[in-house]
Design a protein around this ligand. Structure first.
Ligand code: SP5
Ligand code: ZN
Length: 346
């Protein structure tokens, strides 16, 4: 399968994320993409580099003050200031958020802004976050272009991932919502209706938020039940869309520890909803953290099961863009990705 990839992803290599009350090495690190690329090459897939679409397609999904914040963050963070005479050189993690007890006003102060534009302390902003996230979005956009040019399917080897990023919020290892940016680009290039299927272990809260009140983009997600799983505060079954988008959001939360037949039954339900929507194209948020060996997740898919996932998606008969999302069992992540893509190609 045609694969879009750039080395720019390496520029996002955070030192640490907050886990279990301590700073631990980031689960989301460059070795993930290295392993996927190695298997893509071993499978003999055609590989292309992303082309630069500029900021406009990112701004079609994300708020301009948020994009500006990410673009200028590192130079502001490292500039000498009242808080740090030398300027800060280490990665940034937020330390306060405007939760219910506060007003929702963008602060002028960089530490205030860091919390205002984020949702967790697991997603360090680093020296290379802007270029890495920018090129991850361009990777998805370039894959979308190949669908518009007539390709049946493409694989955007995106890193950092995207589905937790909302219009003006980063978190869950995500900065720009690559799948949403690609879906919007397909819409702006003339497709009438686009479906997004999110099979990452975690609910795609960012993608849901971006399209929640729209009838032209269907969002369907299979994920660990937010009652017990990250991101906890969104992804419940009663979230069905709002306004014109009523009925265009389908959440299929599954209990932590769910087995493969349960997951496959949810995929069947998802496919039924996608077929009924009659989209002109499908974007898949391809998280591989549903794997049995994933260190932060509890589903039980095996490498061979991923092949069946790809085969089922191919039966929808839609042009399909796969965007890489999560997956933290680094050893087998490449085999699992290629298993989906080969299953799709048949
Ligand atoms: C894109 C994506 O998959 N983002 C997921 C972000 C999840 N971050 C929260 C991780 C919590 C890890 N808890 C692990 C406990 C192991 N002792
Ligand atoms: Zn995930």
């Amino acid at each position: 399968m045609l694969t879009v990839y750039t080395e720019q992803h390496r520029l996002q290599h955070g030192n640490a994320e907050l886990v279990d009350g301590t700073l631990k090495p980031c689960f989301e690190n460059p070795s993930r993409a290295d392993m996927v690329l190695a298997e893509v090459d071993r499978a003999g897939f055609e590989r292309i580099a992303p082309t630069d679409h500029g900021k406009a397609p990112i701004l079609a999904v994300h708020r301009d003050n948020y994009v500006r914040f990410l673009e200028t963050f590192w130079s502001r963070w490292t500039a000498p200031s009242r808080r740090s005479k030398t300027g800060r050189t280490y990665d940034a993690l937020p330390l306060i958020w405007p939760t219910r007890c506060f007003r929702q006003i963008e602060p002028q102060d960089i530490d205030g802004q860091l919390g205002y534009f984020s949702m967790d302390a697991g997603t360090p902003v680093t020296a290379g976050t802007w270029p890495a996230a920018y090129w991850s979005a361009q990777t998805a956009l370039t894959g979308a272009d190949r669908l518009l040019a007539g390709e049946r399917a493409a694989f955007a080897l995106c890193r950092p991932p995207g589905h937790h990023a909302a219009a003006d919020v980063f978190g869950g290892y995500c900065f720009f919502n690559n799948a949403a940016i690609a879906a919007q680009h397909l819409r702006d290039s003339g497709l009438g209706r686009v479906a997004i299927l999110d099979v990452d272990y975690h609910h795609g809260n960012g993608t849901q938020q971006i399209f929640y009140d729209r009838a032209d983009v269907l969002f369907v997600s299979i994920h660990g039940d937010p009652r017990t799983e990250f991101p906890f505060y969104l992804g419940f079954a009663d979230e069905r869309g709002a306004g014109e988008g009523e009925g265009c959001n389908l959440n299929l939360p599954l209990p932590a520890g769910s087995d493969v037949p349960t997951w496959m039954a949810a995929l069947e339900q998802a496919c039924t909803a996608i077929a009924a929507f009659r989209p002109d194209a499908l974007v898949v948020s391809l998280g591989l953290d549903t794997y049995e060996g994933d260190p932060i997740s509890t589903f039980k898919l095996k490498t061979a099961d991923f092949h069946a996932v790809g085969a089922r998606l191919a039966r929808l008969g839609l042009q399909t863009l796969f965007c890489l999302e999560g997956g933290y069992a680094v050893g087998p992540i490449g085999e699992n990705a290629v298993s989906v893509l080969n299953g799709f190609d048949g």
